[in-house]
Design a protein around this ligand. Sequence first.
Ligand code: NAD
Ligand code: TYD
Length: 342
Amino acid sequence: MKILVTGGAGFIGSNFIHFLIGPDNTFQGDFEILNLDKLTYAGNLENLADLSQSKNYHFVKGDICDGKLVESLLQSGVDAIINFAAESHVDRSLYEPDLFIQTNVVGVQVLLQAALRHRIKKFIQISTDEVYGSLPPDAPGFREDTQLSPNSPYSASKAAADLLVRSYFKTYGFPAIITRCSNNYGPFQFPEKLIPLFITNALEDKPLPVYGDGLNVRDWIHVEDHCRAILAVLEKGKEGEIYNIGGDGERTNLEITETILDVLGKPKSLMRYVTDRPGHDRRYAVDFSKIQRELGWSPAYPLKEGLAQTVQWYLRHDEWWRRIKSGAYRDFYQKHYQERLP
Ligand code: NAD
Ligand code: TYD
């Protein structure tokens, strides 16, 4: 099966490609992978450096909004598309919403239209639980039929894309599936998101900026569990369906922060309460019983073990994150951090 993976040089996409190819190129199945990535600030070919010799893997630098390029790639006989490409950070979507609409909405429409013309057999849109909005403290987790109520430009752009995907299924019978996963953590995550930012700041003895009261809740899932779920959807998922994916790992941001500091043996004094994110969703939790029941998938990583493994990965990949943090990202982060100081 030839798969066009878009956004494969980012965090989840690169983990998914590694997951499919397996250690020592032992592939999880008969796959050929074409990775189309624009290499934005979040795309990093270092994430895939070990695959440069793999005969079943090819990289193309380009934009999913470039219809001609996408058409030319599909002409080479692609069976399935898995769309990871996106602007993915809520904080950035507050500064540059136009970029989010361009890639996350227009880009998805370009992919859908080209895929429809080329009669692609399966299209998986990697969406997010954030499209459902925020949950009250004791409410049950989001179900696939929970109303969409996105609260940030990021989640609104992802919800818009989901509706486009739905419309292509309803209108043209286009074989699309949507997955909505909770917050991922693990190797190769860009150090702007909570867990890698806090691990690396702690390693540098820099402040850990906790937004608001730190009691916002996220459901955390190890990226490898997410990758396994996507493979299950690719192999067994039903066209036109939505599958929620969760990690059974609800924690407050304070709990995550304290665990990271404990694992690293760093003092709580590194925590710094800063101005809250505007429109900050209070709680996410996911009911993933549908994918459990229908596709036989469940998360395997207990959060504590996954976090400890992730901390070890960042310790061992010092050069990887230090290069990112000392490059162009440093100025963005400094400005963003200064603005939040009370
Ligand atoms: P990421 O920011 O690490 O990676 C995104 C990748 O997309 C980068 O390699 C980037 O270069 C590429 N890209 C961006 N714009 C592009 C364009 N126009 N054309 C081609 N490539 C482009 O993001 P991630 O955390 O790996 O997230 C991947 C997907 O999973 C996203 O769609 C995101 O919405 C979704 N998701 C993420 C999480 C999470 O916790 N990170 C949770 C649920 C869903
Ligand atoms: P993040 O990793 O940005 O993911 P998302 O906003 O998509 O859930 O943030 C996770 C949680 O951590 C969220 O409640 C915001 C909070 N947070 C902080 O408190 N400080 C930070 O520096 C960051 C990046 C996030």
